[in-house]
Write a protein that binds this ligand. Structure first.
Ligand code: UD1
Ligand code: UDP
Length: 389
């Protein structure tokens, strides 16, 4: 029987974290022939993840530029992908999430009448200004996709409400949980954890385009005030390589001894340090999905979330992007042990660690047994539990 040709395209760190476990699974399947094209929208941050998962791309468009614009990324991907599509002639092009790589790669496939499969389909804030431009990107990718791999029932519901055919939508869980199965270690040490010792470690990430400038400065002031008032706390902030973020972070935390600004962490270090943190303050989509698995409460520095499942489970709170709001929410979790206890429940509202298998089943056989969140509450893999030593 002729093998189905799959071309997986991704370009940034979060896409790589969520696509590498899937690529590993697809390559195991007899009925599939899988090639990988990276756009290089990110460089060092992408290459690190590829290395951790041992994925070697077949094509690399290598588009990244310092302070690149959305025009640079979109035109770089569509122009670069065209000859790759002509050479590979895939039966399906797979993209992940909501980056400009995902949008532009899906557009290139659509123009060449190649069917698109969207991993992590159906997330919505219903506001195209936040996250910007990601809400537009993912909605557009869903319009162009003939296979939508929704991580949760809610995401699938969003797609059906928009008129997507039932037969095109599969509830698989999010592949980020599959990645954690690969990276999480029981015996783990890191200089940052040794430095933090028995203090409460706050794990911080911030990078979204819509909070650059004033909002980011206010958020950083709230963190600094908290750290200066709380000698029982330490913070680690692996700073994104975007120079606009780095400049803000270095200026805001100059001379503050309770915070470590590091470069981007290797993804295995990132997961293991998250898992051992007291709480997490982030605007990252992926980090919001990971921390509940570790029982680490998340304060989301956004006006609204596209991942309400964490809020409904009581383990995530939307803290907004205003200085006072972030400061108050931090204080509550640090001072009120009952509020902290309620939010530090181990749960996995985004997946059970087997999403890649379900997606591969659909690509190989046209169907899969869908993820049932209520069952995985009972039987989440041992590897995803008891990891905070
Ligand atoms: C992109 C995605 C965002 C995702 C984020 C994950 C879009 C529009 N945005 O935003 O959805 O949440 O990635 O991190 O697709 N840089 C480096 N080296 C790297 C990576 C980035 O130097 O390895 C610097 C470059 O100067 C680059 C800048 O960071 O121009 C911004 O990167 P870019 O991909 O444009 O935007 P992100 O904010 O990373
Ligand atoms: N991450 C990482 N190193 C870091 C910070 C984050 O490996 O220093 C991982 C994190 O565990 C998650 C992903 O990167 O899997 C999230 O990427 P990011 O926050 O850049 O993007 P988003 O998820 O918001 O699109």
């Amino acid at each position: 029987m002729k093998k189905k040709r799959i071309l997986a395209v991704f370009g940034t760190r979060p896409e790589a974290v969520k696509m590498c476990p899937l690529v590993g699974e697809l390559k195991k399947r007899e009925g599939l022939e899988t090639a990988v094209c990276v756009t290089g929208q990110h460089r060092e941050m992408l290459d690190g993840v590829l290395g951790t998962f041992g994925v070697v791309p077949d094509f690399d468009l290598d588009i990244m530029k310092e302070r690149q614009t959305l025009f640079d990324i979109t035109s770089g991907v569509t122009d670069g992908l065209r000859p790759v599509l002509e050479e590979v002639r895939p039966d399906i092009l797979l993209v992940q999430g909501d980056t400009s790589t995902a949008f532009a790669a899906a557009l290139a496939a659509f123009y060449m009448r190649v069917p698109v499969g969207h991993v992590e389909a159906g997330l919505r804030t219903f506001d195209t200004s936040a996250p910007w431009p990601e809400e537009f990107n993912r909605r557009s990718v869903d319009v162009m996709s003939s296979l939508c791999f929704a991580p949760t029932r809610r995401a699938a519901g969003n797609l059906l409400a928009e008129g997507k055919e039932r037969a095109a939508v599969f509830v698989t869980g999010n592949t980020v949980t599959d990645a954690i199965r690969h990276t999480l270690k029981k015996d783990y040490s890191h200089p940052v954890l040794e430095w933090a010792g028995d203090k409460k470690l706050i794990f911080i990430t911030a990078h979204r385009r819509e909070i650059l400038g004033g909002p980011m400065r206010g958020i950083f002031r709230a963190i600094r005030r908290t750290l200066e008032e709380r000698p029982d706390c330490r913070a680690v902030f692996p700073v994104h390589l975007n120079p606009a973020v780095r400049e803000e972070a270095e200026a805001a935390f100059a001379g503050c001894g309770s915070i470590r600004l590091t470069g981007p962490l290797d993804v295995a270090d990132c997961h293991n340090i998250e898992a051992r943190s007291y709480l997490c303050l982030t605007d990252s989509g992926g980090v919001c999905e990971e921390c509940p698995v570790f029982g680490v409460p998340v304060l989301v520095m956004r006006g609204r979330t596209d991942r309400p499942e964490g809020v409904e489970a009581g383990v995530t709170k939307v803290a907004g992007t205003r200085e006072e709001g972030i400061y108050e929410d931090l204080r509550l979790l640090l001072d009120d042990s009952e509020a902290y206890r309620k939010m530090s429940r181990v749960c996995s509202p985004f997946g059970d660690g087997h999403a890649s298998e379900r997606i591969a089943d659909v690509l190989e056989r046209g169907e899969c047994e869908e993820w049932r969140p209520e069952e995985s509450e009972r039987r989440t893999d041992e590897t995803l539990r008891d990891n905070r030593q």
